[in-house]
Design a protein. Structure first.
Length: 65
């Protein structure tokens, strides 16, 4: 009965056919993503400066108020 059940389940196809990406390709993709993140971060900081021109008090200063 166990053999019949095992044959009825579909085989996984294509899992071994995937090629591993080259290390250089992975590193270049990570660098591209980091550049985009840096740009987004600078845009966010610029927008924060427009929305809140005053400096945000640090946690210590906020606790003293």
């Amino acid at each position: 009965m166990a053999k019949a059940k095992a044959k009825a389940s579909p085989k996984r196809k294509g899992t071994s056919a995937k090629k591993k990406p080259k290390l250089e390709d992975v590193i270049s993709e990570i660098k591209k993503i980091n550049e985009r993140l840096d740009k987004v971060e600078s845009d966010i900081l610029a927008l924060r400066g427009i929305a809140q021109p005053q400096t945000v008090p640090s946690q210590e200063e906020a606790g003293q108020q």
